[in-house]
Design a protein around this ligand. Structure first.
Ligand code: NDP
Length: 438
């Protein structure tokens, strides 16, 4: 890690996985003698490039683009693009590293990668977003392809951005290569359920965890952080399964709505009008508490909470927040975002006996459905919503079973962190060894 100075989030992600591996390395010393650990945390390729574009005032703007192609032992690199001003190389490496094991856990033929830019889409016009995406793809296209590297969305990259990126790719390569990007619109190669997949998959996984101790989401009071793609569809599925979502947030503040959040209103505020979550509180009225600058775990302090689903961003749920949640009676925490829970907070949950679903397992439904989109593109087919959701549900069942069985096998029953890390690691490590010194 001394070779990667200043990449704190990447170090954190590597520690999080390697801390789980003692038991598997003791049983399989060839992973050590064949230097698998050293190999697996060195990306196969890292691309950093200039993204020049012209804003609406005619000024030239410069951003930095990244694509980290981490591991292709199981299939083409697969992982999203994040557009957010906080994006640095270390951010992309942490996300790419997580993605290797997440993708392995799905059981599907996809390697791990991630990319993005420090471009901030907030406050930009559609035309500016399009010019930025076109410039990004003008460099990125030469590294992508349906058999090479297949990006998708992430924070700041939704269907609109994927559309502009795909349009530019198609124009440059002169080929309608649908499988080069996922998260596309339904009329131009996208898959039904992809938009909902990460949030729905997270809730399916949470339900499976709860069932292990004879509980369910029916009647549960749930907190969700964020109000973006993952958060909104997690809320929708919680409601469908009989739970009540009582809190949500964005980067400006958090709401607590004791009677249950009106999902249609929140979707209108965030997805259609692209406004702040404070607008929800103003419109819904007196019963809703909004606290500027607070996170959702704080705004619900004192309420009784059964389930927490952090769905915003990395390291957003700290040790103090975890203690608040334990005091409120939380039974299960599952990560919709990537690495939202700090290591100290994870320790609090594990010591308190709270079920904890790590992101690489719990939020894998998004990338799994992206792989289903690739299957549909390859076979020139498109599946119904019901069929695709059923496939997603089966995949989440499979991930849950793989984690639970692996945790049992390695003497840590109920520990999904150990189960996910070992199951993901062994699948990738075995493939790497089978392919020789790569
Ligand atoms: P979006 O951009 O759609 O939503 C992100 C949400 O988080 C927004 O509500 C945003 O608020 C909020 N947010 C961002 N930073 C903070 C912060 N510091 N404090 C509180 N809220 C914050 O992204 P996604 O929903 O796609 O992604 C969310 C997480 O899920 C990320 O970690 C991503 O990597 C992960 N993920 C996403 C997948 C997907 O399919 N989309 C798949 C697997 C994981 P605001 O609107 O104010 O910016």
């Amino acid at each position: 890690l001394a070779r990667n100075p200043g990449e704190g989030e990447f170090h954190q992600a590597v520690h999080e996985v390697f801390d789980s591996l003692d038991r598997v390395l003791a049983k399989n010393p060839h992973y050590v003698s064949e230097s698998v650990l050293e190999r697996i945390c060195e990306p196969e390729r890292q691309i950093i490039f200039r993204v020049p574009w012209v804003d609406d005032a005619g000024r030239v703007q410069i951003n930095r683009g990244f694509r980290v192609q981490f591991n292709s032992a199981l299939g083409p690199y697969k992982g999203g693009l994040r557009f957010h001003p906080s994006v640095l190389l270390g951010t992309v490496k942490f996300l790419g590293f997580e993605q290797i094991f997440k993708n392995a856990l799905t059981g599907m033929p996809i390697g791990g990668g991630k990319g993005g830019s420090d471009f901030d889409p907030k406050g930009k016009s559609d035309a500016e977003i399009m010019r930025f995406c076109q410039s990004f793809m003008t460099e990125a296209y030469r590294h992508l392809g349906e058999y090479t590297d297949v990006p998708a969305g992430d924070i700041g990259v939704g269907r609109r951005e994927i559309g502009y990126l795909f349009g530019q790719y198609k124009r440059i390569v002169n080929r309608y290569e649908s499988g080069v990007l996922t998260g596309k619109g339904i009329t131009w190669g996208g898959s039904l359920v992809r938009t909902e997949a990460t949030g729905y998959g997270l809730v399916f996984f949470t339900q499976r965890m709860l069932e292990q101790s004879g509980r369910s989401l029916d009647g549960a009071r749930v907190l969700v952080s964020g109000s973006g793609n993952v958060a909104l569809y997690a809320m929708e599925k919680v409601h469908a399964l009989g739970g009540t979502v009582v809190g949500a947030s964005d980067s400006g503040g958090a709401i607590y709505d004791p009677n249950g959040i009106d999902i249609d209103l929140l979707r209108d505020v965030k997805e259609v009008r692209r406004e702040r979550i404070s607008a929800y509180a103003s419109e819904k009225g007196m019963d809703v508490e909004y606290r500027e600058g607070a996170n959702v775990w704080q705004v619900a302090d004192g309420a009784s909470i059964d389930v927490a689903l952090p769905c915003a961003t990395q390291n957003e749920l700290g040790e103090d927040d975890a203690r608040l949640l334990v005091a409120s009676g939380v039974r299960a925490v599952a990560e919709g975002a990537n690495m939202p829970t700090t290591p100290a907070a994870v320790r609090v949950f594990r010591e308190a006996g709270v079920l904890f679903g790590p992101g690489k397992a719990a939020n894998a439904g998004g990338v799994a459905t992206s792989a289903l989109e690739m299957q549909q593109n390859a076979s020139r087919d498109s599946w119904s919503f019901e069929h695709t959701e059923e496939r997603l549900s089966d995949i989440m069942d499979g991930i849950h079973a793989r984690c639970a069985e692996t945790a049992d096998e390695y003497g840590a029953p109920g520990d999904y962190v150990i189960g996910a890390n070992i199951a993901g690691f062994t699948r990738v490590a075995d493939a790497m060894l089978a392919l020789g010194v790569i």
